[in-house]
Design a protein around this ligand. Structure first.
Ligand code: UDP
Length: 325
């Protein structure tokens, strides 16, 4: 059993709660900060210290860092809806950038200098066809405020490395999906494709929309690289190893499988897995949605030894269906 203590920001959310579950399983101590703005109290673990606050609250951060010896931070908290980010940019600059800087500064005041940051493939914007699958050195040129706010924080990490000796690993998530043994995709509000397709099966009053059928793809619908949440968290565990047990770090890694599915392919797979029909209508493209996002994740595989274990869309969908009521 190791004795490292990890602060998980956003630990009451989908990804943060599954990160907590797997950290506990691996023998880490965990502390959570979450303002429950999109997370749920019910997914918290009774034994894990929980601070109900946003990450821009210096008083709470100082309290946490005084009451616990934190070795490393998983900075997962953030606002993550592309469409909302186009309507309310201020919210995204505030939560994903300004509040994140408060977290960094307060960490450094307490000599905590290791962070794993939840970044996103949205930093790449709309990559050229020849740049797919996307490598880390691909030009970053966001097309929505969400991606821009995450990129700003990535850039801040580089300066904090240079000026303040912060060690960081930024993981650029592609489309995270699926469930762990006990915790499932559960956003508030739900905007993600897989849970909404399942919702359309369970609730016949819900009208599923496919956002755009005029993309330059084989069936006209947008293509994404869907990655199982447990593989994503395993990448975080590899990042802890690199930051705590090895040398200082400043790295950006893509987390995906290197192949994608269109919206229609996801719907058809869910039909097959559940043996149900799914009604949908075609609607306009969603503002800020790129046509194709597929990761090249060889860098983290080579450098940190990350090995995907659940690269199977049926397994991903099955895990969600099992835990959705
Ligand atoms: N999508 C859709 N209908 C929905 C939700 C999503 O057609 O009700 C599409 C969306 O436009 C994108 C893909 O499904 O092309 C994945 O969207 P999601 O919101 O799950 O993740 P994102 O790619 O925005 O991170």
């Amino acid at each position: 059993m190791n004795k490292y203590t990890i602060l998980v920001t956003g630990g009451a959310g989908y990804i943060g709660s599954i990160a907590t579950e797997l950290l506990i399983k691996e023998g880490y101590n965990v502390v959570i900060i979450d303002d429950l703005s999109t997370g749920y109290k019910e997914v918290l673990f009774e034994t894990i210290p929980f601070y109900n606050s946003n990450i821009g609250n210096t008083t709470t951060l100082k309290k946490i860092f005084t009451e616990h010896t934190i070795d490393l931070v998983f900075h997962i908290a953030g606002a993550a809806l592309v469409e909302e980010s186009m309507k309310n940019p201020m919210k995204y600059y505030d939560i994903n950038f300004s509040q994140g800087l408060t977290l960094l500064d307060t960490m450094l005041q307490f000599n905590i200098n290791k962070i794993v940051f939840s970044s996103t493939c949205a930093v790449y914007g709309i990559p050229k066809t020849e740049a797919i699958p996307i490598k880390e050195e691909t030009i970053t040129k966001p097309v929505n405020t969400y991606g821009e706010s995450k990129l700003l924080f990535e850039n801040a990490l580089k300066w904090y490395k240079k000026n303040c000796n912060l060690d960081f690993i930024a993981l650029r998530y592609f489309n995270v999906a699926g469930a762990s043994q006990t915790r499932c995709e559960n956003h508030n509000p739900e905007t993600h494709l897989i849970p909404l397709v399942i919702k359309a099966i369970r609730d016949t009053n819900y009208k599923l929309q496919i956002f755009g059928n005029d993309y330059p793809t084989k069936d006209g619908t947008a293509i994404r690289d869907y990655i199982h949440v447990v593989d994503l968290i395993n990448a975080h565990l590899k990042a802890i190893g690199a930051l705590i047990e090895n040398k200082p770090h400043q790295s950006f890694y893509n987390i995906g499988y290197g192949h994608g599915y269109s919206v229609l392919e996801i719907i058809n797979t869910i039909k097959q897995v559940t043996k149900n029909n799914v009604q949908y209508i075609f609607a306009n493209r969603r503002d800020g949605d790129p046509p194709i996002l597929i990761a090249d994740s060889k860098k983290i595989q080579n450098e940190l030894g990350w090995k995907p274990q659940y690269d199977n869309i049926n397994t991903i969908i099955d895990s969600v269906v099992r835990l959705t009521h």
